[in-house]
Design a protein around this ligand. Sequence first.
Ligand code: RFL
Ligand code: PHB
Length: 389
Amino acid sequence: MRTQVAIIGAGPAGLLLGQLLHRANIDAVIVERKSANYVLSRIRAGVLEQGTVNLLHEAGVADRLRSEGIVHEGAEIESVGARHRIDFKGLTGKTVTIYGQTEVTADLMTAREASDAPTIYEADEVRLHDIDSRFPRVSYVKDGVRAEIACDFIAGCDGFHGVCRQSIPADAWQAHERIYPFGWLGLLVEKPPIDKELVYINHLRGFALCSMRSSHRSRYYLQCTLAERVEEWPDERFWRELSARLDPALATRLQIGSSIEKSIAPLRSFVAEPLRYGNLFLAGDAAHIVPPTGAKGLNLAASDVFYLWQALREHYRTGSNTALDQYSSRALARVWKAERFSWWMTHLLHRFPGATSFEQKIQEAELSYLFQSEAAQKVLAENYVGLPY
Ligand code: RFL
Ligand code: PHB
């Protein structure tokens, strides 16, 4: 098989790139290790920046998002029992939209099916070949038979544990990484959310987040240790611990129920640099990871895809490689600012085991300053709604 762009991974990055390329009349084949249902079953992001929403419009997959997405003009931050609202709309003129990653992925899969563009699911042993040449190839095993795709470019959209970044020679890229000494235990429940907006909580017992997917579905997170396992957290223990981290007014509004999904995710910051090797371009979680505190992961995948789509379009329309040559530096400039914000939000809101009294006091001062200073709130709001691209 031959195509113009081989896309590895059918997560939001790969599917969105595939859809944008399809609309630009550029051929792409998507190769995915798992089944479509497996990809759809992963519960992840919930907050879309305006830029992501705009790009989904541009891709022609925003009909359902437009009718079902919930626009939020602010969020609340709670520390030692006191809650403060950050007014995104008032401070920046911008909003965010609550619409689950599962829904984004489902909309993109529907559009891809309708376009007849090929997606190969359940492809085993995906390998990249000759990526530093003008004739890169991708091979994979499907139903026991190895097949090959010849292409001009490979888009590595295969997430943090994918094969693409690992195919780059060790001396051609650098990893920048921070691993945090805790994780998030997430729970999804078919009950109305506790509040109209998201509530981020810094509590003595650890961080908590009250989020949502819709007016009848809620998503909650608790900071947990890295040693903990989901089996140790039956629903009643989760609800008890969450209630203990909420202020009493909020706790009385909590509607509990049986969990639909429960999982633990470790927190990590990671950036691979550069994002290009030969004709392989990394995008999304394959290139970088942020701790979820800033709600940036999916949004960064979208901005990477925006830069890569524009560069590929310029290449095929004009023959120019200028934007392709600039892809890594343009994408990374935005990535590092989101990395900084996500790191800062993580430090602001979590309890770090072994923190010194000095570190604890600095965190308290940071929160107190944020609550008193409109300038500080504006900095948070500007980053949360998403920097321009
Ligand atoms: P994905 O979604 O991991 O998709 C990669 C795809 O590649 C496939 N794959 C391979 N395919 C072929 N060959 C191989 N060798 C392959 N190896 C892997 C995988 O099966 C998969 O289908 O990466 P992508 O597309 O870059 O998307 C990134 C986002 O999924 C991620 O950044 C977000 O979910 C992060 N995130 C959040 N982001 C936000 O913007 N807002 C949020 O509110 C938010 N909340 C979250 C989050 C992530 C979380 N977890 C679980 C880490 C909350 C949580 C708890
Ligand atoms: C979510 O709803 O899953 C979510 C929301 C905000 C975050 C992280 C996750 O910062």
